[in-house]
Design a protein around this ligand. Structure first.
Ligand code: NAD
Length: 366
């Protein structure tokens, strides 16, 4: 693989390899873009099949973080890290501390958070070596479980979509089908029930869906039925890659808006949803509440402030819809353009993060 060619393609700033023989640490940090601020992104601890797979993943994920932070209106850039190895057998305190010391050498250009294979406890260990880490224990100023804030952001994203499609402000009387009654799905159902929404829910663990049925009066359907139930909004809050030809054909809704990452099997499916007359809220726009929540730690975590910022997802989704309509492009492309334009605007004010003190660049929604 020609690394510089890969980095040049999407204009990555930095790709750093860390190795520590004593602890068997092999880690990579990718910093995609720091125009808006320091790069924040999770650390994935994973047994990659090859070094190439690890590099591919860290580059792809870091770029995704740039877009997510930009549309969320955060003054943060995009970055990600990976530690190569099986977290169950490979993870030790010395290894995490070595990783923390390496992160410290980046002097805040990259801020690490938890991701697949890492936990709050791991962040606490990394914190012994560097202050450039978020996702800490609540007793140490951490932001705790991001799911309630993510769900709150999804609720506001749904409201932006219903305003567009049904021309209504509230959600009362509408039907939402939730796929996945996990952390986000549960809290979303809680919010929706307060709004007078009829909820249909499924989960591969029936017990989880049953809790939503018992507490919020939802109706249960089997997992395979969730795509074809008649509803106004389908809200994927389980896995990625679920919106493919077959499932899109089955949908009987007007809106797809949920928290799951990478809901579309590939980007082309955004256009396919549009062709079926279904409004799609791009996943990285509507599920940014988790990032907003963890990023708030940098100022000294305040839950009300995090919720307040997550509510702005309403404006972000509204803006995405506006760009899509004006420029006659699918909402996914509109979200990308919105993210890129904010970065372009910011570039005019400053260059690489840390070069000089820079003014905050606000997301402009209108
Ligand atoms: P979770 O693991 O708590 O919940 C997911 C639920 O989906 C589980 O209950 C699981 O049993 C269920 N599920 C899995 N496959 C299913 C299927 N085929 N049909 C029905 N149910 C199925 O995860 P979560 O934290 O609630 O996150 C949900 C999604 O949102 C994930 O894709 C996650 O990456 C994304 N997300 C979460 C956050 C957050 O703050 N937790 C933030 C951003 C994005």
């Amino acid at each position: 693989m020609i690394i510089f060619q890969r980095m040049e393609e999407y204009d990555y700033e930095e790709l750093v390899f860390f190795q520590d023989r004593a602890t068997k640490l092999q880690a990579i940090v990718a910093i995609h873009n720091t125009v808006l601020g320091p790069a924040l992104g999770g650390c994935r601890f994973w047994q990659f099949t090859s070094e190439r797979a690890a590099i591919d993943d860290v580059l792809r994920l870091a770029r995704g973080m740039t877009y997510k932070a930009s549309v969320a209106g955060l003054n943060l850039g995009g970055g990600k890290s990976v530690i190569i190895g099986n977290p169950k057998t490979h993870k030790t305190e010395p290894l995490l501390r070595a990783f923390g010391r390496f992160i410290n050498t980046l002097r805040g250009r990259y801020i690490v958070a938890e991701d697949v294979g890492t936990s709050t406890d791991d962040m606490m260990i990394i914190h012994k070596e560097t202050k450039h880490v978020v996702g800490l224990d609540e007793r140490h100023g951490g932001s705790g479980d991001p799911s309630p804030v993510t769900a709150y952001g999804v609720l506001h994203g749904i409201k932006a979509c219903t305003k567009e499609v049904f021309k209504t402000k509230g959600l009362s009387g509408l039907t939402v089908a939730i796929q996945g009654a996990g952390h986000v799905g549960y809290h979303l159902a809680r919010h929706l029930s307060k709004e007078g929404v009829r909820i249909i829910v499924t989960d591969i663990y029936k017990k989880k869906a049953q809790q939503v049925v018992d507490e919020f009066g939802a109706e249960y359907v089997k997992p395979e039925k969730i795509y074809s139930v008649k509803c106004d909004i389908f809200s994927p809050c389980a896995l990625g890659g679920i919106l493919d030809d077959r499932n899109i054909r089955a949908l009987k809704c007007k809106i797809v808006a949920g928290s799951a990452n990478n809901q579309l099997k590939s980007d082309q499916y955004c256009g396919k949803l549009e062709a079926r007359g279904i409004l799609y809220a791009p996943d990285y726009v509507i599920n940014a509440g988790g990032l907003i929540n963890v990023a708030d730690e940098m100022k000294g975590y305040n839950h009300s402030r995090a919720l307040h910022k997550a509510a702005r997802i309403y404006k972000a989704v509204t803006r995405v819809i506006k760009i899509a309509k004006e420029e006659k492009i699918p909402t996914c492309a509109a979200a990308d353009r919105m993210a890129e334009r904010r970065i372009e605007r910011a570039k005019k004010a400053h260059t690489i993060h840390g070069a000089r003190k820079k003014p905050a660049i606000r997301q402009i929604y209108t």
